[in-house]
Design a protein around this ligand. Structure first.
Ligand SMILES: NC(=O)c1ccc[n+]([C@@H]2O[C@H](COP(=O)([O-])OP(=O)(O)OC[C@H]3O[C@@H](n4cnc5c(N)ncnc54)[C@H](OP(=O)(O)O)[C@@H]3O)[C@@H](O)[C@H]2O)c1
Length: 377
């Protein structure tokens, strides 16, 4: 296992951090956790050198913290740092924040949390946390020794990220990043901004929740043609660890084989590990994925709101993602939401309001029907 220094904190961490969100088939919609299996996976990772554990109040129907707490008995707690999170929806004042933190400490069977994160905030979420006094609460809990570091996790735009990171004195940030996200979410610019301030960056969704673990044929052909043979998982993690700004790469693992494979990979990767040829390969891989894009919708939302309630950007985003990553539309979360909210293309009456507003001049009416037909088999 390679270890890294966490920016201005100066502490050492394993480059591989175990994400405790996906045990036992969460990705395929199974919410029942196999406790013994999860405990054995967690201990296997720690025995292999992992020192960073990521969980959250809400993961696995609120059972992830409990299972992690059990796994960290018998001397394991002292070998790791724990990151867990405060969800916006569960707190509204100081008393509820205190109650939530105390509950998390009890579930984790520990007297302190190392990295305490405001969970998945964007600018609106940050304003909410400020309005209920969360920054002051986190600072007070640091002084009381109940948490060590004040942090946030993030899934919004770069603009929101820049605002939030400059608006408080953060100890760590957690962002979604992988070789496909260089221009998405906090993006490369956000990673570099955090690092320039000495703030350690923890990466989530390095495999895009598993989507990058299996390459479509045009991408696999590029990997196959490269003189050095590596799995798509190894290329993805290697690309991340090549970045000196990255402190920890989280990955959720469902099987012992995945833990072992990731332990092996993280034994070989450090900042600057990639050659120029390897970096060019990953640029070509990204282009090969993007060549699978079905429609050039940028998600600007000028077409919205649709007078008939069709979620136009949502349908196009799902169409692109299903094509890029060869996802079974049945398992596409965004698409499921669209169906549940009855925002499908079947509601389109071809009024044309969207086409008049689209700065990309897309044939929205026609493309929506194609997308909907393909997504519905
Ligand atoms: N704060 C937030 O808002 C937030 C959001 C998302 C995630 N997170 C945290 O970040 C962690 C990491 O994100 P993630 O779970 O999405 O990570 P990820 O590494 O992008 O995806 C994990 C999935 O990749 C697959 N995988 C992992 N190692 C593999 C290997 N060696 N070979 C083949 N497949 C492999 C597994 O998919 P299969 O299950 O299909 O086998 C696994 O479930 C989460 O567990 C969670 O703790 C936080």
């Amino acid at each position: 296992m390679k270890y890294r220094t966490m920016g201005k904190l100066g502490i050492q961490t394993s480059a591989f951090g175990l994400g405790c969100m996906r045990f036992n088939g969460q990705a395929s919609g199974d919410s029942v956790i196999d406790e013994q299996k999860a405990i054995s996976l967690i201990r296997r990772a720690i025995d292999g050198g992992v020192t960073y554990m990521d969980t959250a109040y809400v993961y696995l129907d609120k059972t992830s913290e409990i299972v992690l707490g059990k796994a960290l008995q018998d001397g394991y707690r002292d070998k790791v740092t724990i990151a867990t999170k405060m969800p916006e929806h569960a707190v509204h004042d100081r008393a509820s924040m205190q109650a939530l933190l105390d509950e998390e400490l009890r579930k984790l069977q520990t007297d302190h949390i190392d990295f305490y994160l405001m969970h998945g905030i964007d600018r609106k979420g940050w304003e909410y946390f400020k309005s209920i006094g969360a920054p002051e609460f986190f600072d007070d809990m640091k002084k009381a020794g109940k948490i060590r570091y004040k942090c946030f996790s993030f899934h919004g735009s770069y603009e929101d990220f820049e605002y939030i990171i400059n608006d408080s004195d953060w100890d760590m940030v957690q962002i979604q990043y992988n070789f496909m996200d260089i221009n998405d979410q906090a993006r490369t610019k956000g990673l570099q901004l955090a690092a320039s301030k000495g703030i350690p960056v923890v990466i989530m969704e390095g495999l895009l929740g598993g989507r990058l673990a299996k390459a479509p044929s045009n991408v696999q052909a590029l990997y196959d043609a490269f003189p050095i043979k590596r799995s798509p998982v190894e290329w993805a993690f290697r690309w991340l660890c090549d970045h000196p700004e990255v402190s920890v790469v989280l990955s959720g693992c469902n099987e012992a084989e995945q833990i072992d494979e990731n332990l092996r990979i993280f034994d070989t990767v450090e900042a600057g590990v990639m050659s120029e040829e390897e970096r060019r390969l990953m640029d070509s891989v990204r282009e090969a994925y993007l060549s699978r894009t079905r429609i050039g919708c940028t998600g600007c939302r000028y077409c919205m709101p649709c007078p008939n309630g069709v979620n136009i950007p949502g349908i196009f985003a799902a169409w692109n993602e299903v094509s890029l990553y060869e996802i079974d539309p049945k398992w596409h979360w965004g698409l499921k939401q669209i169906r549940e909210k009855d925002q499908g293309a079947n509601k389109c009456v071809a009024c044309g309001a969207c086409e008049a507003a689209c700065p990309q001049h897309l044939n929205i009416i026609e493309e929506l029907q194609r997308a909907w037909a393909e997504l519905n088999g």
